[in-house]
Design a protein around this ligand. Structure first.
Ligand SMILES: [Zn+2]
Length: 133
């Protein structure tokens, strides 16, 4: 049986904030490549995979590093939110999430974007994310 192309979707990722979007074949054919509403950037096609918590956590480590060069506060906060969900999904509890290297890197970036950089053991957290990504 052929699948209705309207229900076949592809996963796209914003190159700036790494937000992902599922776009149907039908929508793609009529509207073209999706644009990130936060960053106004054209998204890139990524593999349509079933990610488990381990893969989500790896992605969170990578995003904690990638957002260090981002300039869009909304995009960074969205990526932070997804990373917190990945930490929760991986079994981290509230206190462990608050002091986690991923949380430290994201919160430092947000602090810096709003002009209030704080000494949050940034270097140590950065090394940990590099090691775990
Ligand atoms: Zn974006």
């Amino acid at each position: 049986m052929r699948r209705n192309p309207e229900y076949i979707s592809f996963t796209w990722e914003c190159p700036e904030c790494h937000e992902t979007f599922n776009v149907s074949y039908f929508s793609l054919a009529t509207s073209g490549n999706p644009i990130c509403p936060d960053c106004d950037e054209e998204c890139e096609l990524i593999d349509n995979r079933d990610e488990d918590f381990e893969a989500e956590l790896k992605k969170a480590y990578q995003n904690a590093l990638l957002v260090q060069s981002a300039c869009n506060l909304s995009g960074v906060v969205n990526a932070f939110s997804r990373s917190l969900s990945a930490l929760q999904g991986s079994g981290f509890k509230t206190d462990a999430i608050r002091s986690h290297p991923i949380s430290i890197l994201f919160s430092d970036k947000i602090s810096s974007l709003v002009g209030r950089s704080t000494p949050l053991m940034f270097t140590e957290a950065y090394r940990e994310c590099e090691a775990q990504k």
